[in-house]
Design a protein around this ligand. Structure first.
Ligand code: PGA
Length: 249
């Protein structure tokens, strides 16, 4: 049985004090469970505080929401993968829809970030997903698989097994609209087939998460869909109580 993955993307919310408070509530309400992996993605400046609050719960992981692809240098305002790792991050989100569509991040840049993350010992969560227009034009599979191939292009066959993938339709993020379990399954099955083609047997156990307006009401139904191995949750992960309920699904 593959472990289910529950990942909380706090985006640009929760500073150090709120992160500490959240972690206190969450660990009090969430009993250790060996059948699942829980990952929190706080702001980079709240990561150390979150990690510290989780000292007695090392099975709960933390990650950063973005990295630069270079390991060091004159890149004012950026965070490198080695720095994120040294600060306690285990995971990194790469190619999140907001990085791609608000900050203009390209497929190629996502590929460089995946490679940088792996090099530094982080596990990248490569995010892929189509816009509403792309879905209407019947381009969903082409877009998602192109993002997947580019995201993994610089990491080789073994790199595939070192990642997680998150399918997040852009039109479902923060909108209250979710993919139907059937639509999600269709894309997840296509992603699994592409992962196998790229990474062989090593790709069989790569968790594929669904994200986009997930909440405690729809979590179980989405998790029951074919090849959905976990959830990446934004808005509904900001409250410790709601997050606890989702992570227990
Ligand atoms: P949402 O965000 O759950 O608020 O839709 C998901 C995400 O952006 O990862």
């Amino acid at each position: 049985m593959m472990k289910r993955v529950f990942a909380a993307n706090w985006k640009m919310n929760h500073g150090p004090a709120e992160a500490a408070e959240f972690v206190r509530h969450f660990v009090a309400g969430f009993a250790p469970a060996s059948d699942r992996t829980v990952i929190l993605f706080p702001s980079a400046l709240a990561l150390a505080v979150a990690r510290e609050g989780l000292r007695a719960r090392p099975e709960i992981k933390v990650g950063v929401q973005n990295i630069h692809w270079e390991d060091r240098g004159a890149f004012t305002g950026e965070t490198s993968a080695p720095i994120a790792r040294a600060a306690g991050a285990d995971y990194v989100l790469v190619g999140h829809s907001e990085r791609r569509h608000v900050f203009g991040e390209t497929d190629e840049e996502a590929g460089k970030k995946v490679a940088a993350g792996i090099r530094a010992g982080l596990t990248p969560v490569l995010c892929v997903g189509e816009t509403a227009g792309e879905r209407e034009r019947g381009e969903t599979a082409a877009v998602v698989l192109r993002q997947l191939r580019s995201g993994l292009a610089q990491s080789g066959r073994t790199g595939v097994a070192a990642c997680l993938v998150a399918y997040e339709p852009v039109w479902a993020i923060g909108t209250g609209k979710t993919a139907t379990p059937r639509d999600a399954a269709e894309v997840h099955v296509a992603i699994r087939a592409e992962l196998r083609a790229l990474g062989g047997d090593g790709a069989v156990n790569v968790p594929i998460l669904y994200g986009g307006s997930v909440n405690q009401e729809n979590a179980a139904t989405l998790l029951a869909a074919d090849e959905v191995g976990g959830l990446l949750v934004g808005g509904a992960s900001l409250d410790a109580g709601r997050w606890c309920a989702i992570a227990r699904t």
